[in-house]
Write a protein of this length. Sequence first.
Length: 244
Amino acid sequence: MAVSAPVLAQQVPDAPPPEAPPIEETAPAAKAPVARELTSAEIAAFNKAVTDFTAGQTAQQKGDNATAVAKYDAALPAIRTAAEADPSKTDNVNFLANALYAQAAAYGALGQMDRVIPLYDESVPYWRKVVAAKPTDVASRNILAGILIQLGNQNLRDHDRGGADPFFEEALTLARQTVTEQPGDAASKNILLAALVGASQTGTEEGIRDEAISMGQSMIADGSIDAVNRPQIETMTGAPATEG
C-alpha cells in the first residue's frame, strides 16, 4: 500500500463542480478510473520521492531554488504515479498538487517562467479535487484562485481573451467566497481584486470594471493593495503611477 504523503504547508478547499449534462441527453455514464495498488517498486520510489520532496522544501526555504528544482524533478514522477493509481486517495492528490505548486515557485524564483505555466496548468485538476474535498480550506482555495489568475493572464499575454475568460471567472467565484467568509483578509482581497481586473478585460458582465476600480481605490486608500495590483488600478483610473 502507498505510504501517506507528508502534511504539507498548503492544503485545499473548493472549485465549482463540472456541469451535469442536460437531462435530455442520456449519454452513457463515464466509467470511474480503476484504482490499483502500487507495486513494491512504486512504493519504494514513492518513499524516495517523499525524501526528495522534503529536501527540496528545505533548499527552497533557504533560497537555494536550483537544488529545490532538482529535488522536485526527482520526486514528481513517483508522486504522479501514486496520485494516478488511486485518484480517490486525497492525500496523494494533495501531495501532487503541492509538489507541482512548489516546483512552479522554484522555477519562478529562478526566472524560468516558461517552466511555470505548464506546471500550473498540470496542477489545476488536482487543486480542484483538493478544494472540492476540503471546502473550508481557505489556503488551498486561494492557491487555486491564484493559479487560475496566472493562467488567465498568460492567455491575455497570448492575445487569447476567450481562453482567458473561464480562468478569471472560476477564480472570481473562489475569491468571492473567501472574501465573503473573511472580509478583513488582505491577501484574499488582493486575489479577488486580481480576478476582477482580469475579468474586466475578458468578460461581458456589467459592472465588473467599475467593481474592480472601486475596490482597488478603496484598497489603495487603506494601504491593503499589493504591489502587483496597484499599477493595474492606477492604469485603469488614469492615476499617476506612484513609487514604492
